[in-house]
Every structure is written in C-alpha cells, then in structure tokens.
Design a protein. Structure first.
Length: 420
C-alpha cells in the first residue's frame, strides 16, 4: 500500500482512539465526593489507564484495585494495578477477583465505589461457581471463543457461570453506592454486556443461557450443564434493592470514535459514511459484504459517489475451522482483500481499538487491490490461508500488519475503507 494512503488510514484510527481516551472521557462523568471512603475497582484492557486518569482528577482520599491484561499496566499512586491473562483466564485473574471482592467488603452507605469497566474484563475476572475450579472456567471460555457466538451471547452464558459477573460484585459492595463508568466494546453499547457486567445486572436468565448453549451447539461437560440447569445459575434481578441508587454511564463507545474519524475525513475534504457502529456476524462474511459495497462504488458510483470513506465498528466473530494465527479484524480484511483483488483505488484498514487483534502483537492490518498478488508472489494461496484462519501469516507476507501497540482503551473493531 502507498505510504500516504497508509498514513491517512492510520490517522483515522488515531482519531478513533483519541475519542476514547480515558482522561478525556472521564472528566464529564466524575461523581460527587461521598461522606465516607472512595473505593475504585475496575477490570479490562484499559482499566489501568482509566484508574490513572481517575486518580489524576480526583481531589480527595482514594483507594482501590483494578486488573488489566498482561503488558497493559501503567503505574498508579493510590490504586493497585494487577495483571492477568486474556483471552483465557488464569490463576492471577482468580486472585484479582478475590482482591476486588476484598476492596468492596464491609462498606457503609456513606461510602462510594467507582467501577471502571471496559472490554476484556470477562476473562480478567474469573470467579467460577462454588464447587468448580479455574480449569472449568477456562474450558467454558475456550468453547465460547471457538463457537462463533456474538459477544452478547458469550457474556450472557458467562454471567450464569460466575460469582462476580452479572452484578454480583455490586451486591458485595452494598450498601455503598456504586457508580459504574463504562468504555463500551459491545455492539449497541449495552453497559451490562461490557466485561459481563460485574457491577451491572441485566435481564438475561438461566433459560436464555441454556437456549444459547443449544443454539450454538456448545459441548460442555455434564457437570457444568447440571449447574446451568440448577437454580444456582440464576443471576440477581435488576430491580433488587441493592442496586437502587447506583449509577451507570457509558463514557466512550464505538459510535463516538467513528464520528471522530469521520471529522478527520471532512478535514481532508473526503465524505465519510458510517455504515454501522454495531456490526456483528462472521468476520469473513462481513469482509465480503464490505467488499461488495466498495466494488459497487468503484464500478457504478453507488450507493455512494467517489471519493468516499466507509467506516464501521462493532464486533465480528470467528468460528475456528483451522489452526492458523490471526484475529477477527485480520480475518475480516483477508476476506475483503480476496474479494477486491485487482481492484484499483481501494485502500482499507481493520484493527482492534485495544491494539491487539487475536493472539499476536498486531492490532489488525492494511489491504488494497494488490494485497492478494503480494501474498501470491510470496508463494501462498490467500484463500487457503483464510480457510485455515491464518490471516496473520497472510498479512505478514504482504507487509500489511498494523502494530500500534496497546492503546489503553477498547471500543471494539475499527474499519475504514478509502475509495478514491
């Protein structure tokens, strides 16, 4: 891809990240000081950055603990920052969950709990039901991640196999008031779905979880299925007295970040169209859909005239069929690149706003009409790589990997397609 096109697309990604910057987004939602203690808790890939920003802007006594992914910690003065594994939980996550419970224990109605919640918290806060162990929660997460289920479905199931998710952490903090500040990484920006809502109850039921398990053909151990069938899997009711008086605010989201990227396009005198900030479904199918629109614009100037930038967000999924390396954004883009092979004047980026797409160190990748030829010249078949879920290898061969590093925030997928 030409350097100027790559730089332009990167500037759109940077604008999206800046719009979700923790310090900027927190200022508008700082709560009032309580009569008693202020305790900060949090979980997610951007939890440490949120904690640091909160510390900097809070004028008064403060204590607490947050957990983030390994390598994502930043130093805080008064809030303890822990690290744990993502996307599969580990023993450090078990310890982190225990420390969050400790932090909110024995509080009074004069105390305030501020929960800083963002994407990734579901894996970072494992707390399996009584009688189960960490390996059981790992097995459930492995099954969910390979299922191709939307994030809302995965989190609905997770809530019914946990002692901390689905509002249970807020119950432990009662009678203290809980103010939850959410950086949304879920389509539709439903706060209760972010990090499986440790401080926010929702209306999903045990029956919903069981229906989702059946619909996505999850093969779970009999012992685990007996738990989902039992009354112990019921989540606390949203109207429980312990939640009354609590507050929830979405402080950053995909929609706001896409609007920021759109403004950069306007500065370059290029019209921008936001297709959706809540796109779900298989990543490779979403790639085909975006490619179809791009080719229609190129060949017939419809439904949009050239030049134009197509923007979209949300969270696609990948149903694992092969053994390759990659993530949902690079898989989306490889599928897109295959469909636009040979098409001129189309340049695209797809990246995860937390800076990591899948298991490697890239956030996503760049592609244009020459990408597939570059992979072919390297001796590989792009379609075969896609079939093996090996988009990382494809873009390492084309030189298209995008590696910005951890961003300190997470508002889900970011996709931008420039059509000259």
């Amino acid at each position: 891809m030409q350097a100027d096109k790559q730089a332009f697309l990167t500037s759109l990604f940077d604008a999206a990240i800046a719009a979700a910057d923790p310090e900027r987004s927190l200022l508008e939602f700082m709560p009032e000081k309580p009569k008693g203690r202020t305790v900060v808790i949090g979980a997610g890939k951007g939890a440490a950055q949120l904690a640091g920003a909160f510390e900097e802007n809070w004028d008064g006594p403060l204590e607490g603990v947050v957990v983030t992914r390994y390598g994502y910690a930043v130093p805080c003065q008064r809030i303890k920052v822990l690290e744990a594994s993502h996307p599969l939980p580990d023993a450090s996550g078990i310890e982190a969950a225990a420390q969050l419970f400790q932090a909110v224990a024995n509080l009074s109605e004069d105390d305030l709990v501020v929960a800083l919640i963002c994407g990734g918290g579901s894996a970072l806060l494992p707390a399996p039901p009584n009688g189960f162990e960490l390996q059981d929660e790992i097995a459930l997460n492995e099954a969910l991640l390979a299922s191709g289920a939307p994030i809302s479905v995965m989190n609905s199931i997770r809530k019914h196999f946990s002692r901390i998710k689905g509002g249970r952490l807020a119950l432990a903090a009662a009678p203290a008031k809980v103010v939850t500040l959410v950086v949304s990484d879920v389509p539709g920006d439903v706060p209760a779905q972010v990090a499986s809502g440790p401080t926010i109850p929702d209306c999903s039921t045990r029956a919903d979880a069981l229906a989702a398990i059946e619909r996505h053909a999850l093969k779970l151990p009999d012992r685990m299925m007996r738990h989902f069938l039992s009354g112990e899997a019921n989540a606390p009711a949203p109207d429980a007295p312990s939640f009354q008086g609590n507050e929830v605010h979405v402080i950053a989201s995909a929609g706001r970040s896409l609007e920021a990227a759109s403004r950069v396009c306007e500065q370059h005198r290029i019209p921008a169209v936001i297709l959706s900030d809540a796109l779900e479904g298989e990543a490779r199918e979403a790639g085909k859909f975006h490619a179809a629109i791009a080719k229609e614009v190129v060949s017939r100037s419809r439904p949009f005239a050239r030049p134009v930038v197509l923007l979209s967000g949300g969270e696609t999924t990948v149903t694992m069929r092969g053994s390759g390396k990659g993530g949902r954004n690079s898989e989306f883009l490889l599928s897109f690149a295959i469909e636009i092979d040979g098409t001129t004047d189309v340049h695209a980026i797809a990246a995860d706003t937390d800076g990591i797409d899948g298991s490697e160190d890239n956030a996503g990748a760049f592609a244009d009409g020459a990408t597939i030829s570059e992979i072919r010249r390297a001796g590989k078949d792009a379609a075969a790589l896609l079939a093996n879920n090996d988009a990382w290898t494809a873009f390492s061969l084309s030189g298209g990997l995008f590696v910005p590093g951890p961003t300190g925030t997470n508002v889900n997928d970011f996709r931008a397609i420039l059509i000259e």
